[in-house]
Unconditional design. Structure first.
Length: 289
């Protein structure tokens, strides 16, 4: 009897084993499919962290052209610093001519919760639609905003520059002042919105489209000057810092994703720079990208 039972059990196993093996493979295959979304997410978040670290390390690897750009930004910022008070008086005297809608847009678009809401929506859309280019854009936006945001938060406390509305003038500093009145440099609104719009603009080759998108990103920074929350030099340096960070992280992501924004332009270096211009009784800032 035991021999018969053992024989029947062996036959049963031989019959069931192939089906069991197929079911196991099917389950394993499905599990891999279910993990694809999670794998993409963890890979992207790893690139966010890696991109932030890469951006912070870039000054250690700058070449002569990078130092020339840095010198240009430093010179431009110094020029604006000397003219900050005149620029403030001029803009504030024309504040009533600015549509309230633009001032409101500048304030709300630069709020961290709104900015990260936009960047998060872009990234999640790319993640769930399995669009690598859109995923990469979201990663670039999140990493750039994070890297620039950390720098601006530390700088605000460390520098302690008095806001225009505090009434102390543009040369008044109180490092580690703590009070909101001493957190003028740099502009958080300008940093967050410019990293976002500059990241989006990089996807386009047409300079009119790029310029239009970047132009929208300039509104929040300008609105903060009108509101006497920041000086012109604060805002301009915030824009430059954001552009440098976006360019660095984008270069890092080129190694991590197959999708490039403009494959025919991938090998070209960015020529981002900005300069002061004077004409009669007017002063302007020219951005080149």
């Amino acid at each position: 009897m035991p021999k018969i039972t053992l024989s029947l059990l062996l036959i049963l196993l031989l019959k069931v084993a192939p089906a069991f093996a197929q079911d196991s493979l099917f389950v394993a295959f499905n599990t891999d499919k279910k993990n694809t979304l999670w794998n993409d997410f963890t890979y992207d978040m790893g690139n966010v962290v890696g991109g932030v670290g890469f951006a912070y390390s870039r000054p250690l690897h700058w070449q002569s052209d990078d130092f020339l750009r840095f010198g240009g930004v430093a010179a431009g910022t110094t020029g604006l610093f000397l003219l900050d008070d005149e620029i403030r008086k001029t803009l504030v005297s024309h504040k009533d001519d600015v549509p309230p809608l633009l001032l409101d847009f500048g304030y709300y678009s630069g709020a961290p919760q709104n900015n990260y809401g936009i960047t998060g929506a872009v990234y999640l859309t790319g993640l769930f639609t399995k669009n690598e280019k859109l995923r990469r854009t979201g990663v670039l936006m999140i990493a750039s905003a994070t890297a620039a945001g950390v720098v601006q938060q530390i700088s605000k406390s460390l520098v302690g520059r008095a806001r225009p509305g505090a009434g102390f003038g543009n040369h008044h500093f109180k490092p580690f002042g703590g009070s909101s009145s001493y957190r003028s440099f740099p502009s958080g609104h300008a940093v967050l919105t410019f990293t976002t719009t500059y990241s989006i603009a990089k996807q386009f080759d047409n300079k009119w489209i790029k310029g239009g998108i970047i132009g929208v990103g300039l509104i929040p920074g300008l609105s903060r000057i009108y509101e006497e929350a920041h000086w012109a030099s604060d805002v301009a340096l915030s824009w430059a810092m954001s552009a440098f960070i976006v360019e660095a992280i984008d270069k890092y992501l080129d190694r991590k994703y197959e999708q490039k924004y403009n494959p025919d332009l991938a090998a070209k270096e960015s020529n981002f720079e900005w300069n002061l211009t004077f004409s009669g009784d007017q002063i302007g800032v020219v951005l080149q990208f």
